[in-house]
Design a protein around this ligand. Sequence first.
Ligand SMILES: [Cu+2]
Length: 271
Amino acid sequence: MESIVALPDVGDPLGFENGPYSPSVTSRSPRRSHQFAVRSVQPTADPRKAPLPLPTTVVAILAVTILSLPAPAKAWVQVGGVIEGTLVLDLGAAKKTAPRYAGASPMIRTMQPVPAVVYLTGSGLDARLIVATVDMDQQGGLFVPAALGVQTGTVVRFPNADPFFHNVYSYAGNGRFDLGRFPEGESREVTFDEPGIVRVFCEIHEFMRAVILVTENPFHGVVAADGTFRIGGVPPGEYILTAFHPDLGSLEEQVAVTDRQTVRLRLVLGG
Ligand SMILES: [Cu+2]
């Protein structure tokens, strides 16, 4: 099954990017004994306190384990389906972004390239993984990696590996954060409690940028450099797959997933 879709920049049709989003921000420094924490401006229900359904990924892992053992008679475990695709980015359609302070930095002056992200929405996807902590480094005047896909409740740390200051911030939705200026060796972090697409920037280096995709299920991914993506262990059902790139907006594609089957897509974003 293959479909070809070419859509113009449709912006943010679901209002996803500007949806409710209220991170809590903490700061910590390995060089200092004190710590401080800036709590969420708008407290939201903590999804970690909700009853946890058995994560689909765990189900998939168990399924693989069970299937690899000498099978008891008539054993059957649902493992879900797979979505594999290629996303073509027509970056010729990308908006040109002029640096705010052209020539002010000795480092690169073009906007940092950012990969696209993909994610599924729809009912029946509300599996949760264990809350994780992941890093988005500041390294060589870049965010590394330039895109992350995380589940709600994930803590993202922003360690500075450069011998100069950075100032990470975002104005995503109503959950803007500003981590202030911090030097090499220090790290600050944000807990992302609400789904949305968070565009991340550095106040000092206008060419630095990144995207953090926050979803309520684990069915998301960062598109590889060759344009491929894969989302596995998807419960059978019909969903919307959304692809997003900060310069090209987003597109949506309906996807029907069948247990143990692979759906293959080819999508074109932009143009
Ligand atoms: Cu910076």
